[in-house]
Design a protein around this ligand. Structure first.
Ligand code: ATP
Length: 295
């Protein structure tokens, strides 16, 4: 995590939450220091205001040369669509998503956004168009206001208050004697898991990227918190292309499209109602996990 002690200018285009335990994103911080292979091409273009049409064309990838994780992946995702990736553990859901911000580069094929190969874009501008929300939220010692504003360093007070409201952090803030000036972190107020998630969501409302990657928590929050977060996430994903590494039944069922990934790649895709009606991996997963409930 040493990267967080770097000057803020260096990382202000990479405003994300930083995981520790999630395989695909784990090396992100390392990469900033040590992955010379992922860099701007000469003449790379700074993109902005992308619509968010995403295409994976015959994508192959392995973390090491001796083991291919993804082979021949073809995906066409329309701007604004919400896609839920489901499938057995280790199938490559996280890996597929981590190729989009170029945490790693494809070994074969290409990934485009709005028809432009992502390797033609500057890394900073590409990552400026992608928001990532995951379980492990990066907080630093400072006030709530500063931690929220990490989503957009130039945010005005009004924007910060609005982002907090949309992420449903406002009630908590109103109860704190120092409000947005409350110091959080080790020496300050400790946030609950749900509050941290909302803070991450508030940052994303500020960042306002056309593309979102949601890495859903596997560990359950209590039902009420879960519902509130689900509602904020639903609002956040509105009008954005959203890729969900899905574990929750609610998100999966509400997705525009479910993509089932197994060792062979994209095994099935469709809406929940379609997939549960035909024999296959999704139906089996669904029955195993939920005993056919809510189908
Ligand atoms: P889960 O549902 O458990 O999160 P997943 O479908 O997201 O699984 P990935 O995390 O993408 O799967 O992992 C796909 C494969 O790649 C696994 O075999 C995993 O061990 C391997 N893998 C993931 N990250 C790395 C890494 N940084 N270095 C080497 N191998 C990795």
């Amino acid at each position: 995590v040493t990267v967080f002690f770097r000057p803020i200018e260096k990382i202000n285009s990479v405003i994300e939450t930083y995981p520790k335990g999630i395989a695909g994103f784990r090396r992100y911080t390392e990469f900033l220091d040590t992955r010379p292979d992922i860099a701007d091409l000469p003449g790379a273009i700074a993109v902005s205001g992308l619509k968010g049409d995403i295409a994976y064309e015959n994508v192959s990838f392995g973390y090491t040369p001796d083991r291919t994780i993804l082979k021949g992946i073809d995906l066409a995702i329309r701007a604004g669509e919400t896609i839920a990736f489901v499938g057995p553990s280790g199938a490559g859901k996280t890996t597929i998503c981590s190729l989009l911000p170029r945490f790693y580069d494809v070994d074969g094929g290409k990934i485009t956004i709005d028809g432009i190969d992502i390797r033609q874009m500057t890394l900073a501008s590409l990552r400026g168009q992608i928001g990532i929300v995951q379980q492990d939220v990066f907080l630093f010692a400072g006030t709530l206001r500063e931690n929220i504003a990490y989503g957009k360093l130039s945010a005005s007070e009004d924007e910060i208050v609005e982002a907090a409201r949309r992420a449903r952090l406002d009630e908590m803030i109103a109860r704190l004697p120092d409000g947005l000036d409350t110091v959080i972190g080790e020496r300050g107020v400790k946030l609950s898991g749900g509050q941290k998630q909302r803070l991450a969501i508030a940052r994303m409302f500020l960042k306002n990227p056309p593309i979102l990657i949601l890495d859903e928590a596997t560990s359950a929050l209590d039902t009420e918190t879960e519902r509130a977060i689900q509602a904020s996430l639903a609002e956040l994903s509105k009008g954005r292309t959203t890729l969900v590494i899905a574990h929750r039944l609610a998100t999966i069922q509400d997705a525009d499209r479910i993509i089932v990934i197994d060792e062979s790649g994209v095994a099935e895709q469709g809406r929940h109602q379609e997939l549960v009606q035909r024999p296959g991996i999704y139906r089996r997963l669904h029955e195993a996990q939920y005993g056919g409930r809510a189908s």
